[in-house]
Design a binder for this molecule. Sequence first.
Ligand SMILES: [Ca+2]
Ligand SMILES: [Ca+2]
Length: 231
Amino acid sequence: MSTFTRPASMAMLLVLLAAGMVSADIVPITSVQAGVDKHTPYILESITVGNYTIAKDSLALGTSTGRAFIGSSIRYADDFDLNTVATRNASGAWTVTKIGGLDTYSDTNGDAPDFFVFEAGMKDALNVQAILADGTLGKMITIPSTAWGYTGLHRRGLYNGGQHIGGLAFAITDLLDAEGQALASDAVIKGLLFNSPHVDPTHFSAAMLVPEPATLAILGLGALVALRRRS
Ligand SMILES: [Ca+2]
Ligand SMILES: [Ca+2]
């Protein structure tokens, strides 16, 4: 009997480990502020994930490349309108780099999620790889289609018309390096590669907290004081 139970419990342990690896901080987006009275355009104002809310001011867009269906463009993922969709049909990989216009991206908000993705239909799994600082790829993680959280909005228009728009969030530490180890919280990456040929993105952004002008002024004042003291 033990010959049967041991492989079975090993298999269960592996399943639990695998599940823990991909779902630790990958969470549905629980609500959004976008558009007025659910009318288009659905201009995103803020995203809420559990008890964390991030405003548009702290969200940076990236530059998307990849294929989308004729009449739709992958760059529609790079605006704040949740109704613009990049319709995709076995379109291959979708890459996002130049987040916030910068060559590299790193965490700015501690344990809070860093990346926010929205999709029309909420039925597509999301396979994600980090594009590491040296341009190589990290190991892929698969986010199941059950991770999408419903925004309460549905896509209006020709492509994906009527489909529910869902969102999910994850952190840089959910991504893996080339050996399959989770990235450190201070990891520096170039961007993300979504190896999901059918996912229909309506928006992608990343948390990028910039110091407020008041903070900058205080920092500037501090530097000035330090210089005066030195002279
Ligand atoms: Ca973070
Ligand atoms: Ca879809």
